[in-house]
Design a protein around this ligand. Structure first.
Ligand code: C5P
Length: 220
């Protein structure tokens, strides 16, 4: 069974998708982490972020792996290096949409995502899963929340980590990233026609997870 969970930045997709996958004993794939890893790879190898052929070449030689931890956490590795933290940095977050817009990068990553989905029951989260990667997914969710609510959640998480970016800056960054992701030429962020919208503005993590599990169980 394939479950596609798409939506804008900081809507809680990865947190909730992980919990949904755990409850169903399905594999979870964070496709955003793959675009972030590719961005980090280009920065590490000092490849210009608009040099699509070079980035694609480096990506073809690289391996991106995921490892599940005991606390429902997932670590991300690039060529064996633990990049879990660094790919969430402001630098990578600010540049990832540019790299994700490159058709050559998307082609490679979409192919890898489909290969993973072929082998197992999966919950995959991203921007184009329901529209492009798994158009035949049995369940498609479009998870959203107001931009203020998304920014407030990110702000709280940042404070807990000792980061001090203002709420206003976080909100502007989220809006910019959503704009870029929705306006690129190749598989932009878009709700699939057959997706069910789940607005989490007034739901906490447990409520959002329960709502999505309810939708999935109706189709099992
Ligand atoms: O989900 P996350 O915020 O980690 O995604 C980081 C970025 O990766 C997005 O802003 C988008 O540019 C890109 N992305 C994408 N397609 C996906 C998943 C993520 O273009 N399926």
């Amino acid at each position: 069974m394939k479950i596609a969970i798409d939506g804008p930045a900081s809507a809680g997709k990865s947190t909730i998708s992980k919990l949904v996958a755990q409850a169903l004993d399905f594999t979870y794939l964070d496709t955003g982490a793959m675009y972030r890893a590719t961005t980090y790879l280009a920065l590490q190898q000092k490849i210009a972020l608009d040099d699509a052929p070079k980035i694609a070449q480096a990506l073809a030689k690289a391996t991106i792996d995921f490892q599940n931890g005991p606390e429902n956490d997932q670590k991300v590795f690039l060529n064996g290096e633990d990049i879990t933290e660094v790919i969430r940095s402001a630098e990578v977050t600010g540049l990832v949409s540019q790299v994700a817009a490159l058709p050559e990068v998307r082609q490679t990553l979409v192919q890898q995502q489909r290969q993973i989905a072929d082998r197992t029951n999966i919950v995959m989260d991203g921007r184009d899963i329901g529209t492009t990667v798994l158009p035949d997914a049995e369940v498609k969710i479009f998870m959203t929340a107001s931009v203020l609510r998304r920014a407030q959640r990110r702000y709280k998480e940042n404070i807990a980590k000792g980061m001090t970016t203002s709420l206003e800056t976080i909100k502007t960054d989220i809006e910019h990233r959503d704009y870029k992701d929705s306006h690129r030429a190749v598989s932009p962020l878009r709700q699939a026609e057959d997706a069910i919208v789940v607005d989490t503005s007034d739901l906490n993590i447990e409520q959002s997870t329960a709502k999505i599990l309810g939708i999935i169980r109706q189709k099992m």
